[in-house]
Design a protein around this ligand. Sequence first.
Ligand code: PLP
Length: 353
Amino acid sequence: LKANFCSDNVAPIAAEILSAIVEANADDAVSYGEDAITLRLRNVASEIFEKEVAIFPVVSGTAANGLALSQIAAPFSGIYCHEFAHIVTDECGAPELFTAGAKLLPLRSPDGILKPSQVSDAVALAQDMGVHHVPPAAISITQATEWGTVYSLDQVNDLAELARRHGLRIHMDGARFANALVHLGCTPAQATWKSGVDVLCLGATKNGAMGAEAVVFFDPVLARDFEFRRKRAGQLLSKMRFVSAQLLAYLTHDLWLSLATHSNAMATLMAEGLAAIAGARLLHKVQANEVFVALPDSTVAHLQTQGFGFYRWPVSAVAPLTAIRLMTSFDTTVQEVRDFLQSAGEANHVQRV
Ligand SMILES: Cc1ncc(COP(=O)(O)O)c(C=O)c1O
């Protein structure tokens, strides 16, 4: 079977996390998140983020985002985000449903990273329009972004400063937060609340969990009544300990960082190999575990015939090039990347002869 680079969602469960689920299965436990594992998760999360946090496990990133946004954005308010943010393009209107109608205000930027100047222009427009425009409530940023790029700490800080000036909150969609953290090489605290992030959706599923995400508030006051939102949304699992066990294992012994380090390294290896193939054009910086590359149509067709898994990506790569996305994960092997590169190189060579 050839390697599957379609998504990190195709990866299995990391052994340590699967073991933690099995261990949590040893006995009866209190239900609905009052169990010892969930309590321990709260303490560990507070240690890791160097601050008392309010952490709420849920089972999907979509639920995490929708719920987090509903806590910081009124039904008649607006949320700035990138035009290709997952909350806009891939969540079937869940953020609008969970917030009971807040409007997502998409902004354009070629590298997936929102710039303070464009947000401040958008805020000025909203102010000009008065009652006819939704009052902005939040800026949602994705870390790592949908283009596999990573906001620097300065970039997050600058947005947060602007947000504070206008009374906006910062939501971070961290479906791939560990991949970003590894790239930044900073502490979890620096990457979040010390840079002005109010609420983080901390992903684990894409980086080795079975199904576990967490909404993390850095000011417990901001989390007021959040447990009711989570319950009402069907995200308070009766057997919560199995979700918490995944998150606890994920955050213990730096597992999340070692899984993401490997995943990122595989993407870098892929990118370096592709850069050496004539005719290939990398479309974005590779800073996490995603590679966007334009390849000759015939090379893409060849790779597909060979059985490699990946998606063609609907961006403006001009024929005879096709843009594709290659995503690596904690279980991608060096051999899989090499096989892919070899096939890509062969196809290219044949085409050139
Ligand atoms: C950036 C980002 N945010 C959030 C999600 C949430 O995903 P799900 O609801 O499928 O768990 C995803 C999944 O692909 C994602 O890529």
